[in-house]
Design a protein around this ligand. Structure first.
Ligand code: SAM
Length: 246
């Protein structure tokens, strides 16, 4: 957490390049081995999908390759411009999850991958998901696991006990808060933390029914890069939820 005055009101405009370099185009083992396969396995066979917070378009391109008609939406011009540049058949629109430029009951699917952690008004955004889905439509919702990635969570290397212990401390999970984290030197990203029940109850109130929840173990490529994680490989970093529009 730190004081930070962004150049742009949206810090993603400043830092899209960091995201694109570190987490897309095969650079990140969690995307390659886990996130993209999970999404691929849960896509419908046909229809239209709205990729909310599409970034540079890696999920949108995956859905398009699977035969869906795709519209990617992101407020950051630097993300949408790169999505256009990387090409493929998805259409892209600059816009926000809380005011989707999509007709009511027009989409067969929506997907939001690691996006809602950056959205202050979660209720408005989930209302928008429910609004654009046709009845029976699917919503794939991926989050950094809200319990285990709570702010102030992290490694504790306790050398004062015998034998010394390395463990994962969980921060104040029940407190909703927003923090600006320096995720890499000079890269400041704002995160909104909420307990899982806050997301679920908001989704249920919006008319979304939970059908599937997956808490995958960190994938081998990630554990290989971050050897200390191998001691807690039964602690998930990701949460995958699939909802159906009532
Ligand atoms: C961690 S990136 C994920 C990008 C993409 N979903 C992926 O998985 O590659 C988060 C994205 O959320 C977008 N975002 C932030 N606030 C948003 C909002 N209110 N509505 C939609 N997207 C938003 C950011 O611009 C950024 O591109």
């Amino acid at each position: 957490m730190t004081d930070y005055t962004p150049k742009n009101p949206d810090p993603w405009e400043d830092h899209a390049g960091w995201w694109q370099e570190q987490f897309t185009d095969g650079a990140d083992p969690e995307y390659v081995e886990q996130i993209l396969p999970l999404i691929r396995d849960n896509l419908l066979g046909s229809g239209t999908v709205v990729d909310i917070g599409c970034g540079e378009g890696q999920v949108a391109r995956l859905a398009a390759d699977a035969g869906l008609g795709v519209i990617g939406i992101d407020p950051a011009h630097t993300q949408v411009a790169e999505a256009f540049r990387r090409g493929g058949s998805p259409r892209y629109i600059q816009g926000s999850a809380v005011d989707l430029p999509i007709a009511t009951a027009s989409a067969d699917m929506a997907v939001a991958c690691l996006v809602f952690e950056h959205i202050p008004d979660v209720d408005a955004a989930l209302d928008e998901v429910a609004r654009i889905l046709r009845p029976g439509g699917r919503f794939l919702f991926l989050l950094n696991h809200p319990l285990l990635q709570t702010p102030d969570s992290g490694w504790i290397d306790d050398q004062m006990i015998d034998p010394p212990e390395l463990y994962w401390r969980v921060g104040p999970y029940l407190d909703e808060c927003d923090t600006v984290e320096e995720v890499e030197k000079g890269v400041f990203i704002r995160f909104y933390h909420r307990p899982l029940g806050r997301y679920l109850n908001s989704a249920i109130r919006a008319g979304l029914q939970l059908e599937l929840m997956i808490e995958p173990a960190p994938p081998p490529g990630f554990l290989g890069r971050t050897p200390e994680y191998s001691q807690v490989e039964a602690i998930p970093r990701l949460l995958f939820l699939s909802f159906r529009r009532a």
